[in-house]
Each structure stands twice: as structure tokens, then as C-alpha cells.
Design a protein around this ligand. Structure first.
Ligand SMILES: C[S@@+](CC[C@H](N)C(=O)[O-])C[C@H]1O[C@@H](n2cnc3c(N)ncnc32)[C@H](O)[C@@H]1O
Length: 390
């Protein structure tokens, strides 16, 4: 496909998304009907679509509308490419911009529009971080996220992992934030098929999640429950550095379906527990609640979420987070830890939740609280460690 044909395909996918189709589904539907598209074409179309979703508001201002054509016109203007060089009307390229379209478009307004956030979220960002840090975070969320690997310290060391990845054409760079984290500089699409990945030397995991798990104090031999385990990424990260007994739970048990295989690949053992089995296996020395959240620290990976979140949905999430903490704390042994984590940068889901929990539970003290801002190297992440009276 020509570059202009890729833009036209992205326009069609964005129009489909505008009709309330989830981005992944719209992309899959397009790819099924576009057998002529090679993997490079599919990746390029996907990049256009996701970038337009990250920058939806500012591109809409620049391009003069919210349909696919306007968004891609806005994207080209921001990239310094004259839209008429792409909207040529030639074979498979977008049709020439008409007079009505050319009348539209303006510079995005200072504030929420430039930040590519809904107004109410921009207000929250500004009041939490101040204008300049709020804008810095928002601008990072407008960019593509890095592909980051975690070296499985249980099986490999960093130099060995880099060497094995290089053999398969995956070039990586180390970062200061975390010893085990490697950012993929070249060959991201080769990671899943690489020997390093297949044999468990590396896992995909954001650097801030890795740094947060590295910040936990876990004694060898401890009994640890990952209460919101999902695919088990946090358990695997912890198990790579401490020899403990690992348990995993998720309200949606099927989310843990890949965990036994992933654990096997990483050379560790994890016991998956349903709610009844938790009661039998309790108490635990540490219960980790990597709670469902707005994902605001990861919106560059899932940009639709920032436009979908509403104040009401945020309140629902907050209620779920507190219920999870209330349920999980009952399974912690005296003197043990309850760890609350989110991949959000919103105070409402982080500091405020910890304060709320502490105000209701006098037996608990906050022993550690850390947060990671969104940066070029890592997603936003929050961690609080609470200790139960012995
Ligand atoms: C942020 S994700 C966890 C990600 C996972 N820890 C990882 O590292 O891949 C939150 C998880 O919490 C689960 N969840 C939602 N409500 C829950 C509840 N009431 N109790 C336990 N798990 C819950 C969801 O099914 C989801 O898998």
C-alpha cells in the first residue's frame, strides 16, 4: 500500500470507531477485508489510528471535525505535512479536500484541547500536578508508548538476555528507572517469536510496574496472594526476585487462564484460588491488590479509555477499589502487608483511596507510598504499602 492508501484505510477505520466500534475490532474488520495489506501496512494503519485516538481533540481542532478525514488531516498538519500532498484523489488515496473542508480547522486552544483531554480531566490533572506538570504528563500521553521487557532474573541476567534478544534481531536499551527493564529499540514485532521470550528469559512489562514490584519488601518463604492477578504479570515479576509461596486470584477467574503456562515458562509455581479457596488458604503475609482503575497512567496504550471515562464511571471504579481493599485486608496475617496499586495518576484513585481506607481501619499504618509519573520510559503507576498491627 502507498503511504496515502494507508491514510485512507486509517480514515475508514476511524469512521468505524466513531460509530462506537472498539478500535481493535474496527482494525481487525478492516484487516480481514484487506487481504492485500502486508504486516507493514497493517502496522502503519494501526499507528495512524492509535495516534489519532491519542490526539483526537487537538487533531479535530486542526482538521476541522471529528470524522476520519478531519482527524487524519489534523494529524498531517501537526506532523508538518501539507494535507493536499496526501489527499490527492489518486488511486486508493483520500479524495481531494473540498472547499467546505478547507474552510474548517484552527489551532487547538491552550489547556484541555492542547492536552488532548476532556475538560473535567484536564481540571483534575491541573489541580493535582499544577499546570506545567499536568501539561507534561498530558503531552507524554499523546505519544506512542515504548515496548518494554522485563528480564526474568530467576532465569537470566540482563547481559545474557540482551545477547539472546540480539540473536533474534531485537535491539534493546537499558533504562535508569529499573535494573530489569529493557526498552525495545528495534524489532518489537520479533519479540513474541524470539527465543528469549519463548524460553522465559524476558516478559513484556512496563518499567514502572517493574519498579513498583521491585520496591516491595517480601521476606523469603512468605505467603503472597496476588488478589487481582489478571494475567499474573505482577506475580511473575515478584517471583523472579524472591523465593516465596505464590497464590493468585481474580474475580474473573478466566483472566488467569494463561497464568499456569506463563509461570511454567518462567520456572515458578503459582496456585490459582477462587474466593472459597482463598478463605481456606488464608492468612497471607502479603496481599497485593493491583486494582481495576481508569488506567490513566497507560492511556497512550489504550487511548479510547481517556475519552470514555466519565466522573460517574470514576466514582464506580473508586467504590470497587475500596470494596477490594475491604475484602482483601481480611486475608492478611497480623503484622502482614496489604499493598494497593493502580496504573492511574489520578489522586482520586490513589492517595484519596489510601486515606479513606486508613480512616476506616485503625489497625493499619501506611508504611510506604510511591508514585511514578508518565514518562517516555514508563507508564504512570501508584503503590501504597499498608501494614497490619501484629
Ligand atoms: C489492573 S488489572 C490486574 C492486572 C494484573 N495484576 C497484571 O499484572 O497483569 C485488575 C484485575 O482486577 C480484577 N478484578 C476486578 N474486580 C475485582 C474484585 N472485586 N476482586 C478481585 N479482582 C477483581 C479484574 O478482573 C482485573 O483482572
Amino acid at each position: 500500500m502507498t503511504p496515502a492508501a494507508r491514510v485512507q484505510a486509517a480514515i475508514e477505520v476511524l469512521d468505524h470507531i466513531n460509530e462506537c466500534t472498539p478500535a481493535e475490532k474496527a482494525l481487525t474488520t478492516w484487516a480481514r477485508g484487506a487481504r492485500y495489506a502486508g504486516s507493514g501496512d497493517r502496522a502503519a494503519v494501526r499507528d495512524h489510528v492509535f495516534q489519532a485516538l491519542r490526539c483526537r481533540r487537538s487533531y479535530a481542532a486542526l482538521g476541522g471535525g471529528t470524522d476520519g478525514r478531519a482527524l487524519l488531516r489534523g494529524a498531517l498538519i501537526e506532523a508538518g505535512v501539507a494535507p493536499e500532498t496526501v489527499f490527492t484523489g489518486e488511486r486508493h488515496a483520500p479524495a481531494v479536500l473540498d472547499d467546505a473542508e478547507l474552510m474548517q480547522g484552527r489551532v487547538p486552544e491552550v489547556g484541555a484541547e492542547q492536552a488532548d483531554l476532556p475538560d473535567w480531566l484536564w481540571d483534575r490533572f491541573e489541580s493535582a500536578f499544577g499546570s506545567s506538570e499536568a501539561m507534561r504528563s498530558a503531552q507524554v500521553l499523546r505519544q506512542r508508548a515504548p515496548v518494554t521487557l522485563r528480564v526474568n532474573a530467576g532465569l537470566s541476567n540482563v547481559s545474557q538476555a540482551i545477547e539472546i534478544l540480539n540473536e533474534d534481531g531485537v535491539a534493546v536499551t537499558r533504562i535508569s528507572q529499573c535494573d530489569t527493564a529493557l526498552i525495545v529499540a528495534e524489532g518489537a514485532r520479533r519479540v513474541a517469536g524470539s527465543r528469549a521470550y519463548r524460553e522465559g528469559h524476558v516478559e513484556l512489562q512496563d518499567a514502572s510496574s517493574q519498579a513498583a514490584m521491585a520496591a516491595l519488601d517480601i521476606a523469603p518463604g512468605a505467603r503472597v496472594l496476588d488478589y487481582c492477578a489478571g494475567g499474573g504479570g505482577k506475580t511473575l515479576a515478584l517471583a523472579a526476585r524472591v523465593d516465596a509461596t505464590w497464590f493468585a486470584h481474580d474475580a474473573n477467574f478466566t483472566r488467569m487462564k494463561d497464568l499456569p503456562d506463563r509461570a511454567h515458562r518462567a520456572g515458578i509455581q503459582v496456585t490459582c484460588l477462587d474466593s472459597d479457596a482463598i478463605t481456606t488458604a488464608a492468612p497471607f503475609d502479603l496481599v497485593l491488590c493491583d486494582a481495576p482503575c481508569s488506567g490513566s497512567g497507560t492511556w497512550r496504550r489504550a487511548p479510547e479509555a481517556k475519552w470514555r471515562l466519565t466522573p460517574e464511571r470514576l466514582e464506580e471504579l473508586r467504590a470497587t477499589q475500596l470494596t477490594i481493599l475491604e475484602n482483601a485486608e481480611q486475608h492478611v496475617a497480623p503484622g502482614g502487608q496489604l499493598v494497593y496499586a493502580t496504573c492511574s495518576i489520578l489522586l482520586a484513585e490513589n492517595d484519596r483511596q489510601v486515606a479513606e481506607f486508613l480512616s476506616r481501619h485503625s489497625a493499619w499504618t501506611l508504611t510506604k507510598q510511591m508514585s511514578w509519573p508518565v514518562t517516555e520510559e514508563g507508564d504512570g503507576f501508584f503503590l501504597a504499602c499498608l501494614t497490619k498491627a501484629g
